[in-house]
Design a binder for this molecule. Structure first.
Ligand SMILES: C[S@@+](CC[C@H](N)C(=O)[O-])C[C@H]1O[C@@H](n2cnc3c(N)ncnc32)[C@H](O)[C@@H]1O
Length: 201
């Protein structure tokens, strides 16, 4: 990432870390892209997307994160082509809103319970993979053929279940970036949507 931004991270919002930068190094954004930044956090990926793409929608389940992203976009004069909204994945979007590119650095640690303020940004479910699986399944509704989806996965989570979900939902999947991180390995998976499967009666 070569851009630099005037950027604040508010208390209670995820601070960009190695996984954020691994994702940003792996993505491509074209001037014609309509981008969805899922789990935007403080909004670093949204700033990058806003400076390159035609249109950006940034969503986060945390209202604090949504406000932090909006403020960072405003400070950098990049709010014109971006909508920021609080949403649990796609719940706040109507089905006819489509994207050519989506990215998500999700909570991916395995744990049964959420106990601290930051857990919503870190815990992906009992196997670490549940939220990402839900994201991949629901993403297909909002993508046209050959739409690209980038997601960070961790070796601490059930990566096989995530890859299976990509395959079952007609995404061609490949690993496009990887780095070791303390006791885990994090990767970026890229899925290219191959269209809705036809039901033959
Ligand atoms: C690991 S942080 C990543 C933040 C930012 N994208 C980054 O890379 O620095 C994960 C983000 O996902 C958000 N999140 C968690 N569950 C979500 C959900 N169900 N829908 C939307 N966002 C969610 C969290 O609030 C958090 O901001």
């Amino acid at each position: 990432m070569s851009e630099s931004f005037d950027f604040d991270v508010w208390q209670g919002v995820y601070e960009p870390a190695a996984d954020t930068y691994l994702l940003l190094d792996a993505i491509t954004i074209n001037p014609t892209d309509s981008v969805l930044d899922v789990g935007c956090g403080a909004g670093l990926a949204s700033l990058v997307a806003a400076s390159k793409a035609k249109r950006v929608v940034s969503i986060d389940i945390s209202f604090l994160a949504v406000r932090n992203t909006s403020e960072n976009l405003r400070k950098n004069g990049l709010e014109q082509n971006v909508s920021v909204l609080q949403s649990d994945l796609f719940i706040g979007l109507s089905d006819d809103v489509k994207f050519t590119m989506m990215m998500f650095n999700p909570p991916y640690l395995p744990a049964d319970d959420m106990n601290t303020e930051m857990d919503h940004a870190l815990i992906g479910g009992p196997e670490g993979s549940e939220l990402t699986e839900r994201f991949v399944k629901e993403a297909a509704t909002h993508m046209g053929n050959n739409g690209r989806l980038y997601v960070v996965v961790s070796s601490l989570a059930n990566t096989d279940a995530i890859i299976k979900t990509f395959n079952e939902n007609n995404f061609q999947v490949e690993q496009v970036n990887e780095t070791p991180l303390f006791f885990e390995k994090i990767q970026v998976l890229k899925g290219v949507f191959k269209g809705h499967k036809e039901t033959v009666l």
